[in-house]
Design a protein around this ligand. Structure first.
Ligand code: ADP
Ligand code: MG
Length: 475
């Protein structure tokens, strides 16, 4: 632990899913074939004009609301001018003056502790093309050019790598819950810039920040932050704090360190100006209200509900909310009348086990909540045993037939009280000497009687009921 206080601010870029790119009609899909989803606009041909994709604006506004930001009165865009081979127009269309959201906040959970994260702004922009480098040649792929990108900028409100990563993890989930993005880091859909500084805990002014660009995984975000805290602390300890410069660094995966790219002092001037090819338009408050209605219940709220209303443990609730489809499945089970804990146990053990073994997602799972309920309701009524329930579960998946086909009179558990009482009375009548021994203190004969009932019914008697009835009859 460093004796200094670490201060971290994040810039999180997230590629959105949408029917088309943000300013052209080209497909917005993750594609391994280079230069397949492109239009003339995405290649920066002269004379092409952008048209704003309403779906992208809508999703951006929805995220702005989720983050409790203030929405603008007008939507318009700005040009950020710079040259790079992956940016054929020579500028990026982004939002700088009046983004879709400003001054927000969202509460997250860091190790069971609430943490309020302050959002500086969230803005809508276009992604650049991507370059692939092969020895001394580079190839350009325009598929990514014009893919809608949301950039979320936090205030410098995190004090550890753990907090920063908890936020990123939570936001990834929120993007998925809101259908705004698949938020798949492996597909490069989430990329972060990480700003880190240190200060003496008693100081009021923040230290000099260093920006680490384009970190591509959450694990690397944590490594980069911890490395930077150590590097800056060592300089401060050695009385060389002035060497911490406002600079841009990058995370080097091989060495696990950050490396200097350039000083912020000679940062490029982007000469921002309002994008003249996109007319400014007024946001209709009714439209905003419609969007607000589409905000789904977020993972944090769902988790609290599962714990407080359904009595799940924090651990189980966390597993279930990890994926929206899983949480939806769980809620459907509860709405069908299943006991919440039973549903959660089945989801976490049987179902998750089956899914991971077969590389399936719950969306492709044959047993819908309704079909699962055929098993669980019989189990809860005591008609089948839990061992039988598991067998029926497996059989039904194996043969893709409804579970009710396997719940026959033949394999059903005997839970009829009168039937069991008669049966047990008969057994007792045939064992007078054992009863006497039992009453004289051989209490382990109780299990002998249970065994006799099971033998008689070939294991189908409901064991809980058998014990209850036996206790009564034996007095
Ligand atoms: P810049 O002008 O360099 O882009 P901003 O003030 O816009 O800087 O902030 C960019 C990011 O850096 C934000 O995420 C912000 O929270 C973070 N940040 C700003 N100051 C600090 C600091 N002293 N330490 C850590 N992060 C900071
Ligand atoms: Mg910035």
């Amino acid at each position: 632990m460093s004796k200094y206080k670490a201060v971290i601010g994040l810039e999180m870029h997230c590629e959105m899913q949408s029917n088309a790119k943000v300013f052209s009609k080209a497909r917005n899909s993750y594609n391994d074939v280079p230069n397949d989803n492109i239009s003339a606009l995405d290649m920066g041909f002269p004379g092409t004009l952008p048209t704003v994709n309403k779906e992208c604006v809508k999703k951006a506004l929805l995220m702005s609301m989720v983050l409790n930001c203030k929405q603008p009165e007008y939507i318009y865009f700005d040009r950020k001018n710079y040259y790079y081979p992956d940016l054929p127009k020579g500028y990026q269309i982004t939002q700088m003056h009046d983004p879709v959201g400003v001054n927000g906040h969202i509460t997250i959970d860091v190790n069971g502790q609430d943490k309020e994260v302050l959002i500086h702004d969230i803005h809508l922009e276009e992604d650049s093309a991507s370059l692939d480098h092969y020895g001394d040649i580079s190839l350009i792929d325009y598929n990514r050019s014009g893919v809608p990108l949301l950039e979320l900028v936090t205030e410098p409100c995190f004090n550890s790598a753990e907090e920063a990563v908890a936020f990123l993890e939570y936001m990834r989930r929120v993007y998925q819950y809101c259908n705004v993005s698949e938020a798949d880091t492996k597909k490069g859909q989430i990329r972060c810039d990480v700003n880190v500084s240190i200060m003496n805990p008693e100081d009021t002014e923040l230290g000099t920040k260093v920006e680490i660009k384009n970190v591509n995984s959450f694990q690397n975000v944590a490594l980069a932050i911890n490395y930077e805290i150590e590097r800056q602390s060592a300089l401060k300890d050695a009385g060389r704090y002035e060497e911490v410069e406002q600079e841009t660094r990058r995370f080097d995966e091989e060495s696990g360190t950050t490396k200097r790219m350039r000083s912020k002092v000679d940062a490029i001037d982007y000469k921002y100006f309002v994008e003249p090819n996109i007319p400014k338009y007024k946001v209709d408050p009714n439209w905003l209200e419609e969007i607000r209605k589409e905000i789904p219940v977020l993972p944090r709220e769902r988790k609290l509900k599962y714990i407080n209303e359904y009595g799940l443990s924090l651990y189980d609730a966390n597993i279930i909310i990890k994926e929206k489809d899983m949480a939806d499945y769980f809620e459907k089970c509860v709405s069908l009348g299943m006991n919440a804990k039973t549903a959660s146990n089945w989801l976490i053990s049987q179902i998750s086990g089956y899914l991971s073994k077969n590389g399936l997602s719950i969306k492709d799972f044959y047993l819908t909540p309704e079909l699962l309920n055929q098993i669980i309701s019989e189990l809860e009524k005591g008609i089948i045993s839990s061992k039988q329930a598991k067998e029926i579960f497996n059989k039904s998946l194996e043969e893709e037939k409804e579970p009710k086909n396997y719940i026959t009179k033949d394999n059903a558990q005997i839970s009829d009280k009168d039937e069991l009482t008669n049966l047990i009375q008969n057994i007792l009548n045939n064992n007078p000497s054992q009863i006497e021994a039992y009453h004289n203190g051989k209490s382990n004969l109780f299990d002998y009687f249970v065994g006799q009932v099971m033998k008689e019914t070939r294991g189908k008697a409901n064991p809980t009921m058998v014990k209850e009835i036996l206790k009564n009859l034996l007095g």
